[in-house]
Design a protein around this ligand. Structure first.
Ligand code: IPE
Ligand code: IPE
Ligand code: MG
Length: 246
């Protein structure tokens, strides 16, 4: 884990920069409701925060950033909210992600792409293809992502490889399972931040978060600033991670 000589409010606290940071971008709807705006306005504001925080993470030396943008359960929302989100994703993938080019960010989508429109799928693949040779931070955007769905998919692929003889049952280890997940080859998240004050994981990175630190913050995602991220990093830097040891 990188140690970063960042200014901290507390003297002598060396800020640790997580190698892999996860963020559950939550609270857009409440942000809009508080302002008597449609929930879609909250998602639009949240997208701006996403842009700002992503660039900041890349600047401070985070190597992997995973943001939860749309869960497998979010399809349950009213049709107009889901379509507003799809339109937002589309305009993002068309323009805003090109922004990340200057920061050499590698863009990846984790989740089941097949349920999105053909247009969106094409844009997702184009973004992945055009950024794959960059050498900066890896940005995993979790879209139609659910960790249980990810595990079911892994079990099916493992079973089919056992059936075909490519994989031997006795060779299945924890590493094998990790390698069948969307985050294959990446370190597990060191820190997961959830704004909006909810104390739950909501089907995010269940396998990968076995030893992640959690920081819950009371800010709603559209209000979340780089100072809030710094505060979360300070809290994280004071944690004593034991991984079951002493
Ligand atoms: C997170 O904000 C964005 C998505 C889940 C797509 P919410 O829309 O969940 O906002 P709240 O939790 O209702 O305030
Ligand atoms: C989790 O937030 C998913 C995203 C932020 C994309 P939700 O708002 O869907 O989670 P719950 O319903 O509060 O658990
Ligand atoms: Mg929510």
């Amino acid at each position: 884990m990188a140690l970063f000589n960042k200014k901290s409010n507390e003297k002598n606290l060396q800020i640790k920069i997580p190698e892999h940071l996860g963020i559950i971008m939550d609270g857009n709807g409440r942000w809009a409701q508080k302002r008597m705006l449609p929930r879609s306005a909250g998602h639009k504001a949240g997208a701006q925060t996403f842009r700002k925080i992503t660039r900041y993470c890349s600047n401070i030396g985070v190597k992997y950033l995973t943001v939860y943008a749309f869960s497998t359960e979010n399809w349950k929302r009213p049709g107009d909210e889901v379509s507003a989100l799809m339109n937002l994703f589309k305009s993002y993938l068309e323009e805003a992600l090109a922004d990340f080019k200057d920061d050499s960010i590698v863009v990846r989508f984790i989740g089941d792409k097949s349920q999105f429109s053909k247009d969106l799928q094409k844009l997702m693949i184009e973004n992945e293809e055009s950024s794959k040779d960059r050498d900066g931070m890896v940005l995993n955007i979790a879209m139609n992502y659910g960790s249980r769905d990810e595990i079911v998919r892994a079990v099916k692929n493992i079973s089919s490889n056992v059936k075909s003889g490519e994989l031997n049952i006795d060779d299945i280890t924890e590493e094998t399972i990790s390698s069948y997940l969307y985050t294959s080859g990446q370190p597990d998240p060191d820190l997961i931040i959830r704004p909006s004050g909810e104390y739950r994981i909501s089907n995010f990175l269940l396998w990968q978060c076995a030893y992640s630190e959690f920081v819950i913050m009371n800010k709603l995602w559209p209000d979340f600033t780089t100072d809030d991220l710094d505060e979360a990093l300070e809290i994280f830097s004071k944690r004593n991670r034991r991984f079951g040891g002493v």
